[in-house]
Design a protein around this ligand. Structure first.
Ligand SMILES: Nc1ncnc2c1ncn2[C@@H]1O[C@H](COP(=O)(O)OP(=O)(O)O)[C@@H](O)[C@H]1O
Ligand SMILES: [Mg+2]
Length: 253
């Protein structure tokens, strides 16, 4: 039997020539290409309004581009109808936003089980899988808690568990530490590192160069275009992990 390794599947994401216009006269993306290999971690930086969130929405199939194409795990999303697109999205991408968006009247376990329920698993099966995932992510002690009782860092770690519950190969994270203090941000990044180490590819928008420095590659956007890109080596003491800060827009400081 041949076991396919992630590298054999090609890129988890391949976006070409993405343009997004909002009538009457806003052009938010002006032709962006983005390839993400299986297991790769890409950080996206750039000033407010440069199109970062719009790019994530397009590659996650949450919005439709004005022009350009998106392939998720080898499948072109533009040809798909609404329900096929929803299915592809569910099995291939998880999304994590700055606001955790946990369902307030459901426990942590039921929040994490929700995407599994939506994917058709039974209540019992999905709760068992949610419990397993919470254990793997060191969150078991929160399993019975209600979202309103969690700190920001805890809520974001639970939101991360929920985002990857369907074993998705790609996680899209839009300023996942933007609302957190340093310690809480660190705990979220630590968990993202574990998720990445387990093989999930990540595209992460951030304003924080320390957060971006954990990625394999950093892409800089300005006015709807990619204006610079930097590959970071695996070495913790790689000078570019700290010196690319000069490219960080001033508003981040
Ligand atoms: N629905 C919309 N209609 C018109 N303009 C929009 C809409 N959504 C976003 N924009 C504009 O697109 C630009 C980029 O937005 P966004 O992708 O959210 O940027 P970023 O995430 O980099 O801050 C902003 O100038 C914003 O005002
Ligand atoms: Mg944004």
């Amino acid at each position: 039997m041949t076991v396919a390794c992630p590298a054999d599947r090609g890129p988890v994401l391949r976006a070409r020539g993405l343009v997004k216009r909002f009538p009457p006269d806003a052009t938010v993306l002006r032709g962006v290409d983005l390839d993400v290999a299986a297991g790769e971690w890409v950080a996206v930086m750039g000033p407010s309004g440069s199109g970062k969130s719009t790019l994530l929405h397009l590659v996650g199939g949450l919005e439709t581009p004005t022009a350009g194409t998106v392939h998720l795990v080898g499948t072109a999303i533009e040809g798909l109808g609404e329900s096929a697109r929803a299915r592809l999205r569910r099995r291939s991408v998880g999304v994590l936003f700055q606001a955790y968006n946990l369902v307030p009247h459901l426990s942590v376990t039921d929040n994490v089980a929700l995407p599994l329920r939506l994917a058709g698993q039974s209540r019992r099966q999905s709760r068992a899988r949610a419990a397993e995932l919470l254990a793997r992510l060191h969150l078991s002690e929160l399993a019975g808690a209600m979202p309103g009782t969690l700190s920001g860092g805890q809520a974001q770690r639970v939101a991360l568990a929920r985002a990857i519950a369907n074993d998705v190969p790609l996680l899209l994270a839009d300023e996942p530490t933007g609302a957190l203090d340093t310690d809480a941000a660190r705990s979220v990044i630590q968990l993202l590192r574990e998720v990445h180490a387990a093989g999930t590819a990540i595209v992460m928008v951030t304003h924080d160069h320390r957060v971006a420095s954990v990625a394999d590659r950093v892409m800089f956007m300005l006015d709807g275009e990619v204006v610079d890109e930097r590959v970071l080596s695996g070495e913790e003491d790689d000078p570019s992990r700290t010196t690319f800060a000069h490219l960080v827009p001033l508003e981040a400081w």
